[in-house]
Design a protein around this ligand. Structure first.
Ligand SMILES: Cc1cc2nc3c(=O)[nH]c(=O)nc-3n(C[C@H](O)[C@H](O)[C@H](O)COP(=O)(O)O)c2cc1C
Length: 325
């Protein structure tokens, strides 16, 4: 059974990938989407989105803890997608994921992301073009939603992805129109998983171990991708794997969360290309996401949000006492 850390633009960057996979439970990560128009992107653009392609990461295209990372591409020009996918693999990418789920207006206006779900034939051609452009041992995967306005083409799109040669398909169990509005329609994945011969990875609204089991029962998919749940509960993947292995769950304590945030601070500080003024906002974003799981985060956030100095911010986090034992 596999758990994938979701691509989340602005959230699951190199730092989040390193921190979350260091906790354990993840088998793969997918980078935030890299937009491809009609040109071959320069190497620096790949490296900015996917710093784990740099030679100081060993093995390349893995997190420090050894979790494999795929590059996500978003676009609708098949030649450009194929060329950029081939370049990414030359740079060391372990796999290519194609984005057919992004609901953003700017992306959809240019016929990228979820708008492609209206055209299964185009999706099929894009997957096939990328599949042909990269070596056979490099997985090409795709991420889709159940549809654009409705679910009518869900099966056609999933089949189009499979027939294009994808290794697996992740399905965010909602249409583009539904955005991020609960519920996720886990039950709609079950007939698709029955129809396909490639694995279907279920995605959407898995916030707890209980949600994992409900999703698995309703979708028939044992493999899942975790998005926002991973930000709220950083050890969610580890909790799911422990439960499946009949092992006791060691929930991450606030003191361990503080150590993670300190690591985040040091990683950002060590990056000379990152301006210091960006550090405190990132720490605040993390603490905000943690609020539903940690009352410490909820109590800390009102004072933390006023702080712009990163050294002061991390001090405040470190000094905040644990509430539970
Ligand atoms: C802030 C944010 C950014 C996202 N960026 C991407 C992205 O770059 N590529 C992508 O395929 N999906 C993206 N998604 C969608 C997630 O990967 C995932 O499909 C969605 O959040 C549902 O899963 P969840 O309920 O576990 O969060 C994004 C979601 C959020 C909340």
């Amino acid at each position: 059974m596999k758990i994938i850390l979701a691509p989340m633009d602005g959230l699951t960057d190199v730092y989040a990938r390193e921190l979350l996979t260091s906790i354990g439970g993840y088998d793969y990560c997918v980078t935030e989407f890299l937009r491809v128009t009609d040109t071959l992107l320069p190497s620096r653009v790949f490296l900015r989105r996917f710093p784990e392609l740099k030679s100081n990461y060993t093995p390349i295209s893995h997190t420090k803890d050894g979790t494999s990372i795929f590059l996500q591409l978003l676009g609708s020009d098949k030649n450009a997608l194929a060329e950029n996918a081939a370049k990414a693999v030359q740079l060391g990418a372990n796999g290519i994921d194609l984005n057919f789920g992004c609901p953003a207006k700017t992306v959809n206006r240019r016929n990228g992301g979820a708008s492609l779900l209206q055209y299964p034939d185009t999706i099929n051609q894009l997957v096939e073009a990328v599949r042909k452009a990269v070596p056979t041992d490099i997985p090409v995967t795709a991420k889709m939603r159940l549809g654009y306005d409705n679910q009518d083409l869900a099966h056609d799109n999933a089949l189009a992805i499979q027939e294009g040669g994808a290794t697996w398909v992740t399905i965010h169990a909602r249409t583009k129109k539904e955005g991020y509005r609960p519920p996720a329609h886990w039950e709609a994945l079950s007939p698709i998983a029955d129809l396909l011969t490639i694995p279907v990875i279920a995605n959407g609204e898995i916030w707890s171990v209980e949600d994992y089991f409900s999703c698995r029962q309703q979708s028939g998919c044992e493999n899942v991708m975790l998005g926002r749940g991973a930000m709220v509960t950083p050890d969610l993947a580890r909790q799911i794997k422990a439960t499946l292995a009949n092992e006791p769950i060691q929930v991450l304590k606030w003191s361990s969360i503080c150590q993670l945030l300190e690591k985040l601070y040091h990683l950002m500080l060590a990056n000379t290309a990152l301006k210091e003024r960006y550090i405190a906002p990132r720490l605040k974003v993390w603490v905000k996401w943690l609020m539903p799981s940690y009352s410490e985060a909820e109590l800390l956030f009102p004072s933390l949000k006023k702080i712009n100095d990163p050294h002061h911010a991390i001090q405040m986090i470190k000094e905040f006492p644990s509430i539970s034992s």
